[in-house]
Design a protein around this ligand. Structure first.
Ligand code: AKG
Length: 263
C-alpha cells in the first residue's frame, strides 16, 4: 500500500510564513518522475524551435500527460496547505537546462510577471532531475517574500531565461541553494526573491514549475492560455473560464510510458 505522508500543516505554514519557501522530499514516485523526464525529451523533439528552459503553459494546456501530472493529488495536497481546498492550475512550465549551455534565471519575484487579482498564488517546483548548485539549481533569499513587488527591468545583454530581472539591489551572499533529488518539491511565495545560475555542469537540470491559485483569484489577462480546476469548486462571481481535460490528437505519437500514466 502507498504511504500517505502526514504533514504537520501548521508547522509547514509557519516555516513558509517565516522564510517564504519550504522543501518536501520524495513527493512523487520514481516511475512518474522518470515519465516526466521522458516527457521533456518528447517535448523537445516535438518543439525543436523552443529552448528547453521555455517549455511553457501554452504547450501544457494541450497535453494530457502534463495535465495528469499537475493534477496529481500528491502535488495538489501540497498546494492546499498554502491556498485552501478550491484550487486551479494557473501556469505550468518546464525549465530544463542543458549541460554546459543551460541559461540562468536572473533575480526576480514571480508576482511581478503575473496577471492575478489578488496575488494569491504559490509555486511548486518539481525536481525532474537532481538540482544542485553545480547544475544551475534554484537559489532563494529567505525572508524577502515580506517585501513588496518591485518593478522589472529588461536584460537582453546576457542570455537568460526571463530576459529581465528585478529592479533593485540583491545581495546574493544571503542566498540559499535549494538542493533537490528527483521527485522532491520546493514551494515558494510569489514575492520571494529567487533565481538560478547557468548550468556549467555536464548534467541536465530539469524542473517543472507549477503555479496554483485559489479559485477566488481572477486571471486578468484575456490572452492567458487557460486554467484548469484541479480541486474543489469554482468561486461564484469570478469570471475565470476552466479548460476541459485535453486529448492527444489522432495519430500523435506519444511514448507509451506517458500513455501508461494516463490509465
Ligand atoms: O527553475 C529555475 O531555475 C527558476 C525557477 C523560477 O524562477 C520559478 O519557479 O519561479
Amino acid at each position: 500500500m502507498a504511504t500517505v505522508p502526514c504533514y504537520n500543516k501548521s508547522d509547514i505554514r509557519k516555516q513558509y510564513d517565516q522564510d517564504g519557501y519550504v522543501i518536501f522530499r520524495n513527493v512523487l514516485d520514481s516511475a512518474l518522475v522518470a515519465a516526466a523526464y521522458e516527457h521533456v525529451d518528447w517535448l523537445m523533439a516535438q518543439n525543436p524551435g523552443i529552448r528547453p528552459e521555455k517549455l511553457g503553459h501554452d504547450l501544457a494546456v494541450k497535453d494530457p500527460f502534463w495535465v495528469r501530472l499537475f493534477s496529481d493529488d500528491r502535488l495538489v495536497d501540497l498546494a492546499e496547505i498554502f491556498l485552501g481546498s478550491d484550487l486551479a492550475m494557473f501556469a505550468a512550465h518546464y525549465i530544463c537546462k542543458p549541460p554546459k549551455t543551460g541559461q540562468p534565471v536572473l533575480w526576480h519575484q514571480d508576482g511581478a510577471y503575473w496577471p492575478l487579482d489578488p496575488m494569491e498564488v504559490t509555486t511548486l517546483w518539481l525536481a525532474v532531475s537532481e538540482s544542485t548548485p553545480e547544475n544551475g539549481g534554484m537559489r532563494v533569499i529567505p525572508g524577502t517574500h515580506k517585501q513588496t513587488l518591485k518593478k522589472l527591468r529588461q536584460r537582453d545583454d546576457i542570455d537568460n531565461v526571463l530576459a529581465s530581472e528585478m529592479d533593485g539591489e540583491v545581495d546574493s551572499r544571503d542566498a540559499v541553494d535549494i538542493v533537490l533529488q528527483p521527485g522532491d518539491v520546493s514551494v515558494h511565495h510569489p514575492n520571494i526573491v529567487h533565481g538560478s545560475d547557468a548550468n556549467a555542469s555536464e548534467r541536465w537540470r530539469r524542473g517543472l514549475t507549477l503555479r496554483y491559485i485559489p479559485t477566488h483569484v481572477r486571471v486578468t489577462e484575456p490572452q492567458h492560455p487557460g486554467i484548469f480546476l484541479v480541486r474543489g469548486a469554482a468561486a461564484p462571481g469570478v469570471d475565470n473560464v476552466y479548460l476541459p481535460s485535453p486529448s492527444y490528437p489522432q495519430g500523435c505519437e506519444v511514448p507509451s510510458s506517458l500513455l501508461q500514466c494516463l490509465k
